[in-house]
Design a protein around this ligand. Structure first.
Ligand SMILES: N[C@@H](CCC(=O)N[C@@H](CS)C(=O)NCC(=O)O)C(=O)O
Length: 323
């Protein structure tokens, strides 16, 4: 599907549009339907398709949860190229980047084509992740925090009992998870973006100091612990992981989050990160450092006009037994 509208007309991220005071505000996602048995969007094998970028932390939440819940055979996935340019996220047919895919459903050129296929009058941002319904040819949901909740519960009848019992949002810990999610989202997940996209010194400092206050708080919470909540893997870990894994390779330099880095400044967070990455293939297999680095340094030209991609740190993540 071709359109005359360019993604950059609406793209906050692409253009790093900031408010009058130089701060960055993330807009709300616009497709918010729910997959549920007995509804228009019933859970079915091979009915839904997930479009992601390996670069995007929000999309990676959904990739991690899909794999953790054993949904690979139920919900196919397509990965875009990390070169998010004027037309937004391209597929491999227009930008054949290693490990990027073509769109197997419509052979779209860009993710924006899917948005216009779902709604020809769409005026929002063309973001990933996109959870697509092949039956009604529309976007079910493009909000990662909701997609991971659906993956957690709504397909349990279609997967093995072993995978169905995995629960990343257990009833007993919901309050604690919700509470952590709230401040981690604001000051850490989105905090790095607020620091990186700030166009005034004041807006930058208003984001970067609270970010490190939260990292200090997380460091205390994770001392001697493998997980944030209740000694079990929950969505609080998944939501934090996707930001921390990008921290030293991208956010320290590109987003100026450089009061400390994770590997030398936060031993407990560093151990938690490496245990997830090296001991659980779900995390390692959904992390692609090449896509991550190329995307941020290449796409965000207001932050990095030369598009030169920083090569370090070496290694991207240290082994578990390193100091
Ligand atoms: N609220 C969304 C945010 C997703 C998001 O911002 N994705 C970024 C990539 S990291 C994107 O696709 N941006 C494209 C654009 O703004 O044009 C979610 O969590 O799912």
């Amino acid at each position: 599907m071709t359109t005359t509208k360019g993604a950059s007309e609406w793209s906050d991220i692409g253009k790093m549009k900031t408010e009058a005071d130089g701060s960055f505000k993330r807009g709300a996602s616009s497709f918010r339907s729910w997959i549920k048995t007995g509804t228009e969007f019933a859970p079915e094998k091979n009915r839904y398709h997930l479009y992601v970028s390996y670069a995007c932390p929000w999309a990676t939440r959904t990739l991690i949860t899909r794999k953790l819940k054993g949904l690979e055979e139920i919900i196919p996935v397509s990965v875009v190229s990390p070169h998010m340019g004027e037309d937004g996220w391209p597929f491999a047919n227009v930008d054949p980047f290693p490990d990027a895919d073509v769109d197997p459903l419509y052979n779209s050129s860009h993710v924006k084509d899917l948005y216009f296929r779902a709604d020809p009058n769409y005026t929002g941002r063309f973001t990933v992740p996109v959870l697509w319904d092949t039956k009604t040819h529309t976007i079910v949901n493009n909000e990662s925090s909701e997609i991971i909740r659906m993956f957690n519960t709504e397909f349990n009848d279609l997967i093995s009992p072993e995978k169905a019992t995995i629960d990343i949002y257990p009833e007993a810990h919901r309050k604690e998870i919700d509470n952590i999610n709230e401040w981690v989202y604001d000051t850490v997940n989105n905090g790095v973006y607020k620091a990186g996209f700030a166009s005034t010194q004041e807006a930058y400092e208003k984001a970067v100091y609270p970010l490190f206050v939260s990292l200090d708080r997380l460091e205390k919470m994770l001392a001697g612990k493998d997980y944030l909540v209740g000694n079990t893997l929950t969505e609080a870990d998944i939501r934090l992981f996707v930001t921390i894994i990008r921290f030293d390779p991208v956010y320290v330099g590109h987003f100026k989050c450089n009061i400390r880095d994770i590997r030398s400044g936060y031993p407990a967070i560093h151990t938690w990160l490496r245990k997830l990455y090296w001991n659980n293939s779900v995390f390692k297999d959904t992390t692609n450092f090449e896509h991550i680095k190329v995307h941020y340094y290449w796409s965000q030209t207001k932050v990095n006009p030369t598009r030169v991609v920083a090569v370090g740190p070496d290694p991207d993540i240290k082994p578990l037994n390193a100091a």
